[in-house]
Write a protein that binds this ligand. Structure first.
Ligand SMILES: Cc1ncc(COP(=O)(O)O)c(C=O)c1O
Length: 435
């Protein structure tokens, strides 16, 4: 599909913004080519500045559970805008949104912020303030936003203290972070055995989606919660991506609620903002009581709980009913199954991994991808060819082999069929490029 307007805008963008984008993965660096500049979204569809239309399987990286421009969300936002855009005072919608979050999850208290990064950053500060300890444990391949201490990765081996993976993060900050392989209980046990009395918290994606979809092995989150409890560390479950998406109560609704354990702190974002900058962290009342102004751990925000963002988020959550989740799950299952059938027919080695409506395809010979080291072995050339063939046929996939695919309740049968029709040719393109 021709895209001269996107080309022109990308040139203008690069002249004024690093890489031409305001968040790196948008730049298509992993797949090459010009990122499409989107002009409008409606339901399951996006339209770019050249007038090309795409079925959207990114959904703003998760938030758009109801699809784009949902009439009720737009009405709530328009009504809120008409009342003014920000007051810097408490508002009733903030309370209602907090009540909705508390009603769907095990958190007892919640604080609203503006991005997932702010949520995880604040949760970690709070965990450190509460425990009086500094060390944070995270897993390789889990992304928690661009928080200094969480932008660490480890070499091989157990319980390796992180080195920063980006200039600008002080080594001293990364050195407070232990990075472990995901789904690896013995690595967790070894790290806690050696450093347990220095560990403030363990943070994990409740079900990782930032290395592709890598669900926790059965009982893994329960094991993490129990290990933290034994060592006096807090268990921080990052549900920025999964919260209110994989079920009405997020990943906790799938495992914790069934198995009977509760994280000490949780972080949320994406769906709860309905496409606006809203996020949250919350948890045990005694831990949250450490937070300013009730307690000594400082945290604040000029636009936290913004009335427009909370109106969009509250309306989205209220509309996120069991029927919505049933539809999104069905769409994800249909597209995931069809993708794997098309790739199998074309002889492309691949693996579909899914957790309810979040799924991704690994271009790999592996029979399971339990961690980042395995995810990293993908044939990215095959993905790249697949991605561009889908894009040319009007399907907008995440522009990286290491991302979850997202769909919405607005993906109707016509949109789903459009994706299914594009798959065979894209699978052939992947076969042609496979290593
Ligand atoms: C699990 C998880 N945590 C935190 C973040 C950071 O959220 P934000 O991009 O809103 O800062 C993300 C973003 O993708 C995420 O997926």
């Amino acid at each position: 599909m021709p895209h001269p307007e996107s080309d022109a805008w990308f040139a203008r963008a690069r002249a004024v913004t690093p890489g031409g984008v305001n968040s790196p993965v948008r730049a298509f660096a992993a797949v090459g080519g010009t990122p499409r500049f989107m002009a409008a979204g409606e339901g399951a569809w996006l339209r770019d500045v050249d007038g090309n239309e795409y079925v959207d399987l990114v959904c703003s990286w998760g938030p758009m559970l109801l699809g784009h421009a949902h009439a009720d969300v737009l009405a709530a936002v328009s009504a809120a805008v008409a009342r003014g855009t920000s007051y810097g005072t408490p508002t009733t919608t903030e309370v209602e949104l907090a009540e909705e979050i508390v009603g769907r999850t095990p958190v007892e208290r919640v604080r609203l912020v503006s991005s997932g990064t702010e949520a995880t950053m604040s949760a970690i500060r709070l965990a450190r303030g509460f425990t009086g300890r500094d060390v944070v444990v995270k897993f390789a391949g889990c992304y928690h936003g661009h928080v200094d201490s969480l932008l660490a990765s480890a070499g091989s081996g157990l319980a390796t203290f992180g080195v920063s993976t980006t200039p600008g993060v002080p080594e001293a900050s990364a050195a407070q972070t232990i990075v472990l392989p995901y789904n690896d209980r013995s690595a967790v046990e070894a790290a806690f055995a050696e450093h347990g009395d220095r560990i403030a918290c363990l943070i994990t994606e409740a079900s990782p989606g930032n290395m592709g979809v890598v669900p926790p092995e059965p009982g893994f989150n329960a094991f993490l919660a129990e290990t933290c409890r034994r060592h006096g560390a807090l268990f921080v479950s990052d549900e920025v991506m999964t919260g209110f998406r994989v079920s009405r109560s997020g990943q906790w609704g799938i495992d914790g609620a069934v198995e009977g354990w509760v994280p000490d702190l949780m972080t949320f974002g994406k769906v709860m903002g309905g496409g606006f900058p809203a996020a949250a962290f919350g948890g045990r009342a005694d831990v949250m009581a450490m937070l300013s102004p009730e307690g000594p751990v400082y945290q604040a925000g000029t636009l936290s709980g913004n009335p427009i963002a909370t109106a969009a988020g509250l309306t989205t959550l209220r509309l996120a009913t069991d029927e919505v989740y049933a539809r999104v799950d069905e769409v994800a299952r249909t597209i995931g199954t069809a993708a794997t059938e098309a790739l199998a027919a074309a002889g492309v080695p691949h693996l579909l991994q899914a957790n309810s409506n979040m799924f991704s395809i690994f271009f790999t010979d592996a029979t399971a991808v339990p961690d980042y080291a395995t995810a990293a072995l993908q044939d990215v050339a095959a993905f790249k060819a697949f991605f561009h063939a889908m894009l040319d046929r009007g399907v907008y996939l995440p522009p990286s082999a290491f991302e979850a695919w997202f769909c919405s309740a607005a993906h109707d049968d016509r949109a789903v069929q459009h994706v299914l029709d594009a798959l065979p040719a894209a699978a052939e393109a992947a076969a042609g490029a496979a290593a």
